[in-house]
Design a protein around this ligand. Structure first.
Ligand SMILES: [Zn+2]
Length: 171
């Protein structure tokens, strides 16, 4: 990774809040005017760590996805769905996710990258339930609904498909 270009902006109007964001190649850290230089250094480091952690959550690796799938199965499905692998795939334009129940493998469209983690988790959950129930019947949806943000995530994905003008199906 190249060294980060960090620009610190101090504002007298920004009395209490500290924030950081990426602007192209630069990272902007906004700080209140009254901080000492020692405090400034600490805040900048802290905000950069926080930003990196947030980005990591939004760009999970295949291993991260598998960990999340195992966790979701344990929490909402009593551990009954046993995924063997979960990975990102590029060639999935019309589905957010897919799976092969015989092998316990789940594939997640890279189009979900950068979406909130609770939306990605929903798609993982959908595929996990397919490992147990192949079709979209009442038993399938009853299990999917164990994920608390299921309805909200469906709304999010529908909105996204509409905005992108290309409908992707859940699976
Ligand atoms: Zn499905």
């Amino acid at each position: 990774m190249p060294p980060e270009t960090v620009e610190v902006r101090r504002s007298s109007r920004r009395r209490r809040t500290v924030s950081a964001y990426r602007d192209g190649e630069k990272t902007i850290v906004l700080l209140p005017a009254g901080l000492s230089s020692t405090d400034e250094e600490q805040w900048v480091r802290r905000m950069l760590d926080r930003l990196a952690a947030k980005e990591q959550r939004r760009r999970p690796s295949d291993d991260d996805l598998l960990d999340r799938a195992i966790e979701l199965s344990a929490r909402h499905l009593g551990g009954k769905a046993k995924p063997s692998s979960v990975r990102w795939v590029e060639n999935q334009q019309h589905r957010w996710g897919s799976c092969t129940p015989e092998h316990g493998t789940i594939r997640i469209s890279t189009r979900l990258r950068g979406m909130p983690s609770w939306v990605v988790d929903y798609v993982i959950m959908h595929e996990l339930v397919h490992l147990l129930v192949p079709s979209h019947g009442p038993r399938f949806w009853a299990l999917v609904e164990k994920y608390p943000k299921a309805e909200r995530a469906r709304g999010f994905l529908e909105g996204f498909s509409t905005a992108a003008n290309g409908a992707a199906e859940e699976c």
